[in-house]
Design a protein around this ligand. Sequence first.
Ligand SMILES: [Zn+2]
Ligand SMILES: [Zn+2]
Length: 342
Amino acid sequence: MRQYLLPENGNFYKANLHVHTTVSDGTTTPEETKAGYKSHGYSVVAFTDHEVFVPQNQLTDEDFVAINAVELAINDGWPGGFKYNKSTHLNLYAKDPAKKDCAVCSGKFVWLEQSKPYISEAAANNNYRKHYSVAAYNDLIRKAKADGFLVCYNHPVWSLHNYSDYSGMQGLWGVEVYNTGSARGGMEDTVQPFEDLLNQGQHLVPVAADDAHSLSSSAYGGWTMIKADRLEYGAIMDALERGDCYSSNGPEIKELYIEDGVVHMTTSEAVFVRLVTSLRYKHVQHGSEEEPVTEVSFDINPFIEGEKECRAMRTAPWFRLEVKDKAGNHAWTRAFFLDELK
Ligand SMILES: [Zn+2]
Ligand SMILES: [Zn+2]
């Protein structure tokens, strides 16, 4: 039986899930930001200004969805100033466009003068406190989820994070594996935090996003392709929540399904495709610049059967795929846990 891992039907919509505008420390207004992304073929942008949740529904039209969002920062308070601080950043995406406020957004944490006029009355009266610890992030994530948000863990490398800073985080929807601003600033992310959290049983979407503060220097470098039946706020958020998407900074994934234990994927021209699992069971398929591959298949029956017989699984078993093109850019699927297979 064929099971589609990216939906068979629907359309792909190109999304940037991380951007800053003049509402915080970005250089373009929300309107200019929308115009820039639309002209580069994007249909969806999540407006993630720092600390203030400011709905941008007026930007949504029949060709464009503005996702209402906010980026929250938690500094570790190490003495010496910001450049010495580890800083955990979480993006919160509202599932319901009618949502006006956010349960974990307090106006007391707004540090940018230009953002202060955007502090809502609810945020001004919100005493929710953030704290630099995994236990406190988990409280924030739990409350944000209960309030109707998906939560993404942003740019671990820029944050100066290692395993101890994120191990044990629970309830996240996604984690950034590529952040254009960080990468162009010499702090390119890796898949390590994504895989470490998968190995703790967390179902996660890998996110490639711009974190653009300027459309001329940090935009259009990493994106998420969302497969949904229509371009409408609720349909886009439902698709994201289900994980009907992949992320990329170059290659395209056209089709992905599993049939009789064999994973099939169709892509744009690739020089390297790998199937990664939670075990020491990986597959690679090589192409070359002269003879790129566009269709790959990986038999994972031994992985599936082995896991059925295994009496002491170290982790809930999962697999994911990664594509590399000749320019060295990647596309990342989400991880599929074996218990999702029919
Ligand atoms: Zn950030
Ligand atoms: Zn940001």
